[in-house]
Design a binder for this molecule. Sequence first.
Ligand code: NDP
Length: 280
Amino acid sequence: MTARLIDGKAVAAALRADVARRVAAAGLSPGLAVVLIGDDPASAVYVRTKDKAAREAGIGARTIRLPTDTAQADLLRRIAALNADPAVDGILVQLPLPQGIDPAAVIAAIDPAKDVDGFHPLNVGALADGRPRLVPCTPLGVMKLLEAAGISPRGARAVVVGRSSIVGRPMAALLLTADATVTIAHSRTRDLPAECRRADILVAAVGRPEMIVGDWVQPGATVIDVGINRLADGRLVGDTAFSSCAAVAGAITPVPGGVGPMTVACLLENTLTAALARRG
Ligand code: NDP
């Protein structure tokens, strides 16, 4: 391996400690409400992790558990109550939602000032317009990893593989706002390896285990692997083939221990940002 390892665990721990310090220094007790509908086991694990991390940072976390057969109208009423509750600074509805509930309607119902996932159309629009407010946690975490590793996007050629609303698109918008020259690749991209080889900063957010291999990486490039894939043998791998990419890249994030821990840390920061903004 020649690449420098970007240690997301360490950067996330530092960010969480920083949020805890800033919460204490401001004399705040921000409130985060997490809404979990149904019994998806992965979602339950994510929600527990968020709850624990929030409490450790001095953020009052509350999980609202609703049954799988919750009607959309009931959910929207719950969200309206959280919007109106002055003790709640951040609202997060854990995705995916059960069949029959329209995620777009649910996200649009959240007060944009409390939208700590950054998925509300107003926050999406602000980011697309280069005026980020509350920004999706995973791509925000990637930007913080780059900063911590001393890798500047300014003037760099960045390629983001994946165009989902929660990762690829906001990732590209953040890189563009940070003055990178950005390409977004996806399943219809012609000659994906050639596109990837042009990247100084290559972000993989595809959801396909170890799809991106070392031969697709420009020597010395920074490789950020957002992917989290569980293999049949239980191993957790990213969207890049780690050892072959690490042999070519200049810097790389591991899976696990790269982007993953940053997502929760950025949720805490977004909750603090929302709490400070709401208090003027
Ligand atoms: P989605 O499935 O929503 O999006 C995947 C994207 O990859 C799509 O835009 C799709 O293209 C593109 N894609 C799929 N196959 C190919 C291919 N063969 N070649 C090129 N592009 C392709 O996934 P998410 O964005 O939600 O997640 C991506 C990965 O990141 C997953 O592994 C997920 O587990 C992980 N993740 C990690 C997080 C973290 O905290 N670290 C948080 C969120 C996600 P098209 O649009 O054309 O279909």
